[in-house]
Structure formats: C-alpha cells, structure tokens
Design a protein around this ligand. Sequence first.
Ligand code: GLY
Length: 373
Amino acid sequence: MTREEVSGTDIAVRTAGGVCPIVAESGALGKLGAIAAAAVRGRSACVVTDSNVAPLHLEAAVKPLRDAGFAVATHVIPAGERSKTPEGLVSLWDAFSRAGLTRSDLVVALGGGVVGDLAGFAAATWLRGVAVIQVPTSLLAFVDSSIGGKTAIDLPAGKNLAGAFHQPVAVVADPRFLRTLPAPEIAQGMAEVVKYGCILDADFFSFLEGVSTRGPGESDFARIIRRCAEMKADIVSRDEREGSLRKLLNFGHTVGHAIEKTLGYGVVSHGEAVAAGSVAAVRIGEALGVTPKGSANRIAALLRAFSLPDGAAAIGPEAADPDSIAAAMLSDKKKFGADIHFILLRRIGEATIFPMTAAKIREFLPAALAAAD
Ligand code: GLY
C-alpha cells in the first residue's frame, strides 16, 4: 500500500501539517502493517495498549506490523483513567527508550480514549515528535477521541490540562473490535454519536431514532462509525486548533464535565455525563428561545433508548444539584474566568456557540437539571 493509496481513503483529516487518512472498515486491522509502512521511514514500532485490550487484540495488532517488516515492542498500561498521569507518561517514554524508537519510527495507540490520549501525548513529546497511528477499540474512541489529534494527560489540578495537538499519521478503525465491547461501553459511545446528530446532521439523528427502535446491528455500527468519522474529520480539517467550529464538538460537555467532576471520575462515565449535559444544554436553549420547544424531550427519548441517562436527575440528586454543578463549572481550570462558550442548538442538526457567564448558566440550571415532567 503506497502513501498515496492510504491517503486516498475517502475520509481524511487535512491540516496544514498533512493528511491523516481514516481507514474505517471491517478488516482494517489487517492493513495496519501496510498503512504503517507507507506512513513512516523507520521500521521500529511500539504498540501501547491497556490491560483490558491486550488479551483481546494485542497479538492481532502486532502481527500485521511484523509481517510488514517492523520490529515491534509492546507496552501495556493498567486500564483506566488513572494511567493518564505524568507517571504514566514517563513509563511510555521509558518504553520508547528501551525500544530504541528514533524520530522516523512509530507509536501505535491500540485502545480507547485513555490509551489514545496518553500514547498520543507521549508520541508528541518523544524526541520532539514521533509518528502515531491511532487504532481505536472503543466506540467513543472510534467516533471521537482517535480523530483530530488532541492528546493529553490529567494533572491533580484537572483533566487534560497538559497536552498537545499531534495529528496521527493514520487512524485504523476496524468495527470488528466492537464485538468484544461490553454493553455499557457501547452506551457510553452512543452519547457522542447522538451528539453528532444533534449538532450537525438532522437526518443522521432520525436514522439513530430508527436504530434505537430496532436495536443496532453490525451494519448500523459500520454506518455510525463512518458518518461520525466524516463529520469529525471535516470539522478538524476546517478548525484544527478549536478557534471556533471545533468548539461545537463540546456540546453537552460543559455541564457533563461538571457532573463528572462533582460525582468523581469513574463514578459516572463520561458518556453518561455528556448525555445528561446534552439534555441540560437543550433545555437551556429552549428557555432562551434559541432551541425549538420539544427538542429536549426528543433527545432525552433517544438517549433513554440507548440506555443512557435522559437528564442529570436520572444520574442522581448530586448530579442534579445546581449549586454543586455551578461550582464545578467555575472550578474548571481551563475556563480561567472567561465567558463559557456554551453550545446551544438552533434546531436538531444545527448548533451555535453562545458565550455565557457561569452566573447566567447558573440561573437556568435548576430547570435544566431537574427530572423530566
Ligand atoms: N472531543 C472533542 C474534540 O476533539 O475536539
């Protein structure tokens, strides 16, 4: 497979730094070696994965790389957000050092959001930047975190505070990985999938409503992954550094992050928090007269059908407590006192950036977080 052939896949992130092809098809993992060989000059690779994914998929990822002539080292981190720390980062640098990775070699991030963020950041900083291929294994990583080059680790002061934009040289997304995902993991990813329908594509939202009544099958997932990858690739190609358009992807995340922070990371999943945050954002939009009435109920019904919370109250009283959520929003270190660029819907399928102070959002929170009538 030549570099041109890989770049010729129909979905790609195109930035000033180059083209990142997204190979999203059943059997894509088998092409990993050829894709890697076309992407880098070196022939050493370090595959980073976690303790959940390693027993299921590590060998299947290593084989095509070896078959393509790579010397492959592997590094397995403990599964979970707690690996996304400065110590976790140092452990990856040590692994790259042991593997003798030069600047023309390759890091492969095989896993969900934690592995992708951590290995991506380690690749961004190793020898001031070495190529990384993202191989997502969770639905959330398929549709969101593996695409777009955001990498980061958490610090005691907050999540994702230290990081870099580092576009992968390719994303290899094989939907067959979804077969081994537990149902709660699928549900988590569906919160981000619903997000794309809400902010960018009303037809896709309607398609998801159809899927929710019959239960998603493998061909539905294939379509979901491709369509979400297309949308994300398009947004990142137009606004890599989140100057404006890319902020739309934060729909549901302002309140969602505050819920995660209030309850404690790991107590509520990111997907559950984003689902509740999405309903809150749409209710705020309805109260402001920006979003047509009835939108929140329609979105809540879809989230419920995918086994996600249909609002903050469905998570619990703490998630629906306006004072706690407002305090968590204010303590988000990334806001640094500025207006919050809140994402509202003009309608399902079209989003807009709406600058608001945390105090203004606080006024709407009681109704936005309350249980549905
Ligand atoms: N997950 C949001 C973004 O990549 O911008």
